[in-house]
Ligand binder design. Structure first.
Ligand code: SF4
Length: 226
């Protein structure tokens, strides 16, 4: 597998925010979101080649029971099922962080943390924008993920204007437990996070959806957490 980095930190987002976890960041993502904070993990060949066994061994060097497999986009990695199986066998709780663009049956993770990409993520470059728009949202895949996995849905909110698109996306997916939906501010730095948090908090109060912290930005201010 192509690994961008393996490190120990606090889970920054979602219902498990604050839980110490080992992060396995796989390389490769086709989406190229405008505000992506892990652009260094876009290119698959930028990662170092690891066997599944070596990843598990590296994860086990840390006592944490919680493992977050992230990216890039981990759900496009052909060896992901084998990695999840081996991590589960070693007693780990596994969260997969995904944009929700691919479904793998019977994956066996503990939490599918899905962050569907809204139009606010579309890159400015026309060529990248075309690829992005083509693959950023697949409602059928999102339905399969939420119907078959323990999940949370996290939307990145750039402005108040994103709310109708979020509501439309939830309506199209259907059958979403609103208690599992979270909104989080679009931000690359601590200052941006603090500036946008009141706006997102207001939307959360208005809709009854939960606010997701982004501890990695609050703590490391846009620097890599390692
Ligand atoms: S899906 Fe995630 S990793 Fe891929 S470009 Fe968008 S934010 Fe970055």
């Amino acid at each position: 597998m192509r690994v961008s980095e393996i490190f120990y930190s606090l889970q920054g987002e979602g219902f498990l925010a604050g839980v110490p976890s080992v992060f396995v960041r796989l390389a490769g993502c086709p989406l190229r979101c405008r505000w992506c904070d892990t652009k260094y993990a876009w290119d698959e060949v930028a990662g170092t080649r690891y066997s599944v066994e070596k990843i598990v061994q590296t994860v086990q060097q840390n006592r944490s029971r919680f493992v977050v497999v992230t990216g890039g986009e981990p759900m496009i990695s052909p060896d992901l099922p084998q990695l999840v199986q081996k991590l589960k066998a070693s007693g780990k709780h596994i969260t997969i962080e995904t944009a929700g663009i691919a479904f793998i049956p019977e994956l066996g993770c503990d939490l599918m943390s899905i962050s569907p990409k809204l139009s606010n993520s579309t890159p400015d470059e026309p060529e990248l924008a075309a690829v992005h728009e083509d693959s950023r949202l697949d409602i059928a895949v999102l339905r399969e993920l939420i119907d078959n996995c323990e999940y949370q849905l996290k939307f990145v909110v750039d402005s108040q204007a994103d709310l109708p698109e979020i509501q439309q996306t939830l309506k199209e997916i259907g059958n979403v437990d609103s208690a599992k939906v979270m909104l989080m501010p679009q931000a690359a730095t601590r200052n941006e996070l603090l500036a946008k948090s009141p706006m997102v908090a207001q939307i959360c109060e208005q809709t009854g959806l939960a606010f997701s912290q982004r501890l990695q930005i609050l703590l490391y201010d846009g620097q890599r957490a390692k």
